[in-house]
Design a protein around this ligand. Sequence first.
Ligand code: MG
Length: 201
Amino acid sequence: MLLYLCEQMIGHTDTLTQADKAIGDGDHGIGMARGFEAVRLKLEGGSFAALDELFKAAGMALITSVGGASGIIFGTWFRGGTKNLAGAATLDSPALSAWLVDGLAAVKERGKTKPGDKTMVDALEPAAAAAEQAAAAPLDEALAAATEAARLGMEATKDMVASMGRAKTLGERSLGHPDPGAVSTYLILRSLWEYTEKSGE
Ligand SMILES: [Mg+2]
């Protein structure tokens, strides 16, 4: 599933570059592609006994390769989300919920961001809430719900004025464009959901 995610995120480089060019410096696509290529290499070259080891390794690869705030934030999601996954052998709906809820808490702590700041938190927070609500449903349903919540959250960032990062200097001119980190958050969840659809899990 994570290898599929890497392949998809590398494939979305242009989408993320365009999203970042609209309100930032345009480096988000290349940064995320570099990050998920590093994750791919890390996963292919290692063996992992449990989910927490797997997601921690992925998070470290993002932190050390994406660069800038994005690497820290997305890496913190992957790493911080493992708080309650020690020894977990399967990504089921409760594990997905734990990963998103704990990952969100770690990102908010690390980034000092709150909803409405026009950041990836605006996509991750509704996704975590949706996954928590769907924790008793099958994984593909929980991922579908989290993905749709992330999409709506990402769309809502178009109506927000950036108060963090480089887009902050644009002020009102950031209106009408989604936050690139929120776009990435949506695409990450959509890729995980797509994988469950393709693999029939
Ligand atoms: Mg940028």
